[in-house]
Design a binder for this molecule. Sequence first.
Ligand code: TEU
Length: 570
Amino acid sequence: MDNSLEDVWWRSAVVYQIYPRSFADSDGDGIGDLRGVLSHLDHLEALGVDVLWLSPVFASPQDDNGYDISDYYAVDPLFGTLADVDELIAGLHARGMKLVMDLVVNHTSDEHAWFTESRDPASDKRDWYWWRPAREGFEPGSEGAEPTNWGSFFGGSAWQFDEASGQYYLHLFSRKQPDLNWENPDVRAAVYAMMNWWVDRGVDGFRMDVINLISKTLPLADGELTPGFPYSQEITRVANGPRLTEFLEEMNVAVGITERQLFTVGEMLASTPAHAREYTSQFHPRLGMVFTFEHMSLDQEPGANKFALKKLHLPDLKRNLALWQDGLADEGWNSLYWENHDQPRVISRFGDDSPRHRVACAKAWATVLHLHRGTPYVYQGEEIGMINAGFSTIEQYADIEAKGWHAMATAAGTPLEAILAGLGVKGRDNARTPMPWSAGPGGGFTTGTPWLPLNADAEVINVDAAVAEPDGVWQHYRELIRLRHELEVVRKGRFELLLPDDEKLWVFTRSLAEEVLLVVANMTSELAGLPMAELPGLEDAEVVLGASAASSDVQTLQPWEARVYRLASG
Ligand code: TEU
């Protein structure tokens, strides 16, 4: 495998993620759609991003907002038509941008023809899914008769009893998301054919949903039980299975991923730098990069569920990202993200979303992320500094995961107040409130009633207001993206974390040949002094991004202030 992959296009790209339900509604039904996306391509172009990752728009009963697909070859009428997707591909390509679709093939919808056929025990599609008899010695359908003690990510058992056939089928997510059996070569061939169909239509790559769950460890067996949970939450039993590398290589060749330089990122729960090196190595035709969750679980009690909140300890986060930087420094490639449609707003989660600090805080988190080595992702609304939704009642939550957690926690006796506290910080709906394009009714998102309320602050935090701010979040993202496009040291420079134990400052360098960039950021709402003795060269360094040397005291950072310096070489 030649090293040309070192310079492959997506290693220099910046990705923008759109969650179509919440981006822009063109027909007033309160739900975002493809024509809404088409009407805002200039926004993406002005930001300077290179790739659009579009969360699913395929036919779906929307049990999990499209991550439950009933037809991979059709666009859900809620979102538009195939012609709209063709127009989107053409519009992006005309602007020099690429389109990445969401590939959801660990599971389908239970309304997909493949699954409805597989319900018939005699069907040759039966083995396309995981059907199993009841646990030995148990009456089918009775308490505890599930084939294994696995829990679903959305609460309850991961097995659904099917009266008609007297057997159970596996669903790691909702019961309307049955898992595909990738052990079956016909399943894999059908998936590769579908991927090629979309690539032949002009799609430039795929974001692959929970792709490291497709290879299950056989035989399927019980997992460890966690106190307080009736079902096993042990993810390692279903993640990074024995045939995953084989399947990724087979897919790469069958779809010409490396050959056609397609963009690929695999979402991988429970993945480590070692896993990522294996799956994204430039010496093997597998994936381009992965989404890890390690940095997304540092503000939860260890071994507990994501809603068991724990205050983030900054050194933990700095060290974790450094671990991935070092782990993939010579082999593999990192993705860089704080936000997506499953994670809350970083300013509210890890920062300070008060009006006084929101803008500086947004810029600080953006600077430290975009100056790390890897491909950065901007989630819709992040570029204008959106904050969490601030829901106060359980009824406001629409997300299946939130409802599942509410039911599970209530059954376990957790007071509603504590459930709302956890959801208020970590609930996925915090990322899914409609994009506020302007102040005024419907926030410029819709002329109808939005499927999820707009944030209460949409009058203040909206695209029009952000674009008008000369020193605001929007302009800052444009600067960061310009830096990555212009400076090879930002794209390729070796990473080194400094002052790892400092609880206020995030300081690191990026070096390439003679060029060294120093990034310093104050990750608190108080003033922070810089330990000049430990930062040689800072005194005479040139400011690349941040407050000009003239206006600032080089030794002190304002609350949430971040600067990028070029150290004098030689
Ligand atoms: O997410 C995988 C996943 O585990 C997250 O659902 C989950 O929210 C976790 O709590 C994140 O911390 C993918 C999709 O991104 C998600 O939207 C889907 O719900 C899920 O898979 C099933 O397709």
